[in-house]
Design a protein around this ligand. Structure first.
Ligand code: KG4
Ligand code: ZN
Length: 366
């Protein structure tokens, strides 16, 4: 069985990444070259990603990463079989940087192979293939697979009946879960990205100190909502500070005790993750799921990992829960290589045009 070599590029948000991945027919993957240039420091002081700054950073980083990748390709004498680039969803100015850069390399260096557009969300979903305990020999035993995609831009629950067939169950009606961590971190005076900061200070807090609401927790559908939870945290902090109009914007002079901060972070984190865990369990029950795969930046949360692994089961049996290794939780080009390979194989590719909004199509095939 000959592996296919896929050269991929990711620039949808604040990570510039190039990768060369070898993929076998049975979905064994080996990452041969992988580089991620993170822009987190550039955006940190703004409390979120600034699209034009992201575009400028991608423009600066892409040639630098390509130079290293080109050396690797020539020294290893590997000629890629396929090129794949993220076309959406994401920040359009950032996406265009990757698309035009890769289109030029395609034209100048590898005009003999296809270049395909990839849906970034499919990349996150397939990142379970990088998990060290994933064994291609047992792949059939993992389906139906419940997929929870949680990032700064998305909160999506779905089911895969096989590697190619996805059914969307629900998604957020407003803020994404990662976005709510970023907003609550700002209220607490913590820098961007907020998730790791909240998790860090929550370790010293009591998650039952403040009973924040988990919107849509008991609703029968699989959708999520996070803007109400963020507002509840705002009102709670206003209440404690005694200032009912305080916005806690950067530079505000309000400060809280370490105990209040830790308890607020822990209680918020619990309220934010409860619907994710409970609806994942519900999806497992309804669709007779055999495994769970969690992906996206929020899947880096150790608290979420432990909470899910200890909670989900099928008929009393614990099901395997796959979290990608930390390097593949954040945005990266290796996952784009895998999604590009699978998409190309079944003819599900996307036009080479930036699409800020791009959904996961629901095949309804289950
Ligand atoms: O997938 P990603 O790198 O970028 C997007 O496509 O959005 O996800 C970044 C998001 C940020 O909102 C960040 O706060 C969140 O993932 N995040 C976390 C944790 N680590 C990162 N959220 C909660 N807990 C964490 N430990
Ligand atoms: Zn992402």
């Amino acid at each position: 069985m000959q592996p296919k070599y896929v050269l991929a590029c990711e620039t949808s948000c604040d990570e510039t990444s190039l990768a060369l991945v070898s993929i076998q027919e049975d979905f064994s993957v080996e990452v041969l070259y992988h580089e991620i240039a993170s822009q987190v420091d550039v955006h940190a002081s703004f409390g979120g990603v600034v699209p034009n700054l992201a575009k400028r950073e991608h423009q600066k980083n892409l040639p630098l990463l390509w130079e290293k990748c080109r050396v690797f390709l020539s020294e290893s004498s590997i000629h890629p079989d396929l090129m794949a680039v993220t076309v959406g969803p994401g920040l359009e100015p950032a996406l265009w940087q990757g698309i035009s850069f890769f289109s030029d390399i395609h034209k100048d260096v590898y005009p003999d192979i296809p270049l395909v557009g990839v849906n970034h969300l499919e990349g996150h979903i397939y990142s379970f293939l990088f998990h060290p305990s994933f064994d291609p020999k047992n792949i059939k035993d993992l389906f139906p697979m419940v997929s929870l995609l949680v990032s700064g831009g998305h909160t999506i629950l779905g089911v895969l009946s096989d590697m190619y067939t996805y059914r969307l169950l629900g998604e957020t009606k407003d803020d994404a879960v990662g976005e709510s961590f970023d907003k609550v971190a700002r209220l607490l005076g913590l820098p961007y990205p907020g998730g790791p900061q909240i998790e860090r200070i929550a370790q010293d807090g009591d998650m039952h100190a403040y009973p924040f609401p988990s919107p849509l927790l008991h609703s029968p559908e699989y959708d999520f909502s996070y803007s109400g939870l963020k507002t509840a945290v705002l009102y709670h902090l206003r209440n404690i500070s005694g200032d009912s109009s305080q916005s806690f914007s950067p530079g505000s002079q309000v400060s809280f005790s370490d105990t209040v901060r830790a308890n607020t972070a822990a209680s918020f984190q619990y309220a934010a993750f409860r619907p994710l865990v409970e609806k994942t369990q519900r999806a497992l029950d309804e669709y007779h799921g055999k495994s769970v795969v969690v992906s996206g930046g929020v899947s880096a949360s150790t608290f979420l990992r432990t909470y899910l692994e200890n909670s989900v089961s099928t008929s009393g049996y614990t099901v395997p829960v796959f979290f990608p290794p930390f390097a593949y939780c954040q945005d990266n080009a290796a996952m784009i290589a895998v999604a590009g390979y699978i998409g190309h194989k079944i003819g599900r590719t996307y036009p080479l045009e930036a699409q800020g909004i791009l959904n996961l199509s629901s095949s309804g095939a289950l």
